[in-house]
Design a protein. Structure first.
Length: 154
């Protein structure tokens, strides 16, 4: 008799060329991937990938754009087009109960999502990590610990 597999849980990884994002204001976007590997212990009906970074202060004399100074997009694999994705720029934490939406992820499934981040021409400069979180919106909890992606904008 074969014993059942050992319980495994959801894991997540974020990867980009060079291991971090090095943006230039008004320059090209840089791509990164988010890989979700579900274990054999739970199905997710609504698993949401969220993004947040702390506010950066611009250079003296900058004329800031309206908005956060960054544009995050997700590749819609069905159409092959980039679509806006939500990036929260704030110095506090959003309560998990306020998140909604997400996509299903079955047991033993793997999902890879492609994103790109661009710094706008009038956005701030500096360095702060991009925090990537994984929220089970049905349970109002993080499904797995968040991942930090190093980031700087010049």
């Amino acid at each position: 008799m074969t014993p059942p597999p050992a319980p495994t849980r959801l894991t997540a990884a974020v990867a980009t060329r060079g291991g971090r994002l090095g943006l230039v204001r008004g320059g090209a976007a840089q791509e990164f991937t988010v890989t979700l590997r579900n274990g054999n212990s739970a199905d997710y009906r609504h698993l949401l990938v969220t993004f947040q970074m702390e506010m950066l202060v611009g250079e003296p004399g900058d004329r800031p754009d309206d908005g956060p100074g960054f544009l995050l997009e997700r590749l819609d694999q069905a159409s092959g087009t980039w679509r806006p994705a939500e990036l929260r720029v704030a110095n506090d934490v959003k309560p998990l109960s306020l998140f909604t939406g997400g996509r299903p992820l079955a047991r033993d499934a793997v999902r890879v999502e492609r994103y790109r981040l661009r710094a706008t021409a009038g956005g701030p400069t500096g360095s702060t990590p991009l925090v990537v979180s994984f929220v089970d919106t049905d349970a109002d909890r993080e499904a797995t610990p968040h991942v930090l992606l190093g980031h700087s904008t010049a």
